[in-house]
Design a binder for this molecule. Structure first.
Ligand code: ADP
Ligand code: MG
Length: 449
């Protein structure tokens, strides 16, 4: 049997257990056929265009996470429709030149320490809480729940706790695990004979004998009721024994969909600390620290330029920095603003310059025939709330702005409100035609301006 067929069979085995409705599984998942592996992507063929859309929208994340947990070399899937295969191939090859999506390994990276974490207003709460937990695990904030956007340092902070503990209290049993792996281990142990079998016991023993349990990207337990149930019991056993639990997530507990209430309330028991996108000063400090770690000195004008160009994702900022340093070495040139500009050439310009949030707000008002005052105001009737949510969605889609900034632009709203609106609209796309139409029309109005 081909390698890709074998991998897919394994994935199917897990998906069948994870997806609680048999009909859903039979209609959308079982009908997919593995046809190839290109680069790091598994290519799956769907029987129709609508199947493809549905799978992309609702199951792709799950499929990818199961896949990653089984095979570290395959990090993505591409869903195609029968007959589409050949023309897709070129596209896929092009795309595989992009950096592979980051797979969090099951180990604590010694590189992530408190010392090399730059503290700013955006992350000071999470940092302080993490330090406190590293000093006295199990005593203060239990669980510690850290959340924030992609690439803002959640994994770094979490693993810093692990590294600090290893140094100060090496006898403690500390485990770091991405939630996809936790899910996978649980499912595997059940598959091998049920949770009361030896495998089930091994799983329980492993987790319930820990002193510190860190689960990263916990949002992935969404929609997995059995794993959630097991996690709930693990949580209770550990906290009752005074052991420390730390979670990291890309959103607040209240924003994780399909999560059992009792687990959500456990997540909220201790301290919830958010990480916001860094301000200019912190971005510059981070770049400087990362450059120094490579024994490279970069002048302030270059740091400022780079911090201006990339505002929301520190991981991206870091990869840009590495590229500039590498090019300077390669061409044997000093690191100047010109060189940085040259490096940024391939990256798209920030769209804020071309299109302002004001344009989106104006066009949304015109489209729905509501006043700007109402759109940005406090009224809660559906006639206003829907346009407001759509406006937030379009801004967030067209502009790389932090949620807090979007909140400010939208009449001083909280970032959680912004996130909620964004997710709400995203969940309706493809389901409610009015939304699809409004979004397309508003965008067209903006482009024609
Ligand atoms: P997340 O888990 O939130 O997606 P990571 O923890 O993986 O993000 O961080 C992405 C990269 O950015 C890492 O290389 C990390 O070291 C770096 N980083 C993030 N925040 C900071 C910070 N405050 N100081 C130094 N480096 C940071
Ligand atoms: Mg992470």
């Amino acid at each position: 049997m081909n390698e890709f067929k074998k991998i897919w069979l394994d994935v199917l085995g897990i998906l069948e257990r994870e997806i609680s409705s048999t009909i859903t599984y039979d209609v959308w998942i079982k009908t997919l056929e593995a046809v190839d592996i290109v680069g790091e992507k598994l290519i799956l063929c769907a029987p129709s265009e609508s199947n493809k859309l549905k799978v992309n929208r609702e199951f792709k994340t799950l499929i990818v996470s199961v896949l990653k947990s089984l095979n570290a070399l395959i990090t993505d899937v591409e869903i195609i429709v029968s007959g589409e295969y050949e023309k897709q191939e070129e596209l896929i090859e092009e795309k595989s030149e992009e950096l592979p999506a980051k797979v969090e390994a099951n180990v604590i990276n010694p590189k992530y320490t408190f010392d090399n974490f730059v503290v700013g207003k955006c992350n000071q709460l999470a940092y302080a809480a993490a330090r406190a937990v590293a000093e006295q695990p199990g005593n203060l904030y239990n669980p510690l729940f850290i959340y924030g956007g992609v690439g803002l340092g959640k994994t770094h902070i979490m693993q810093s706790i692990g590294n600090a503990l290893r140094k100060q209290q090496p006898s403690l049993k500390v485990l770091y695990i991405p939630s996809e792996k936790f899910v996978n281990e649980y499912v595997m142990s059940v598959r091998k004979g049920g949770i009361s079998s030896d495998f089930g016991k091994q799983f329980r023993e492993k987790y319930r004998n820990l002193d510190v349990l860190m689960i990263d990207d916990i949002q992935f337990v969404s929609k997995k009721p059995e794993t959630q149930n097991e996690l709930f019991h693990t949580f209770n056993d550990l906290t009752q024994a005074g052991k420390q639990i730390i979670f990291a997530s890309d959103r607040a507990p209240s924003e994780i969909p399909d999560l059992e209430d009792r687990l959500r309330s456990r997540f909220e028991w201790g301290l919830i600390a958010d990480i916001q996108p860094p301000d200019m000063e912190t971005r510059i400090a981070i770049l400087q620290k990362k450059a120094l770690a490579q024994k490279t000195v970069i002048t302030n004008d270059v740091l400022t330029y780079m911090a201006q160009r990339l505002a929301t994702n520190i991981r991206e900022m870091e990869s840009m920095l590495n590229k500039v340093i590498l090019l300077a070495k390669l061409y044997n040139k000093p690191i100047t603003v010109e060189l940085a500009q040259e490096t940024f050439k391939d990256y798209s310009e920030p769209t804020e310059e071309a299109i302002g949030a004001e344009d989106v707000i104006d066009c949304t008002c015109k489209y729905f025939d509501v006043s700007k005052e109402d759109l940005l105001g406090k009224k809660r009737d559906k006639k206003i709330v829907e346009p407001r949510q759509i406006c937030i969605y379009v801004i967030s889609e067209m502009m790389p702005l932090p949620l807090t900034t979007i909140g400010e632009l939208m009449g001083g709203r909280d970032h959680t409100t912004v996130l909620h609106a964004k997710n709400k609209v995203a969940s309706l796309i493809g389901k409610d035609e009015r939304f699809d139409k409004a979004i397309t029309d508003i965008k067209n109005m903006i482009y024609k301006k």
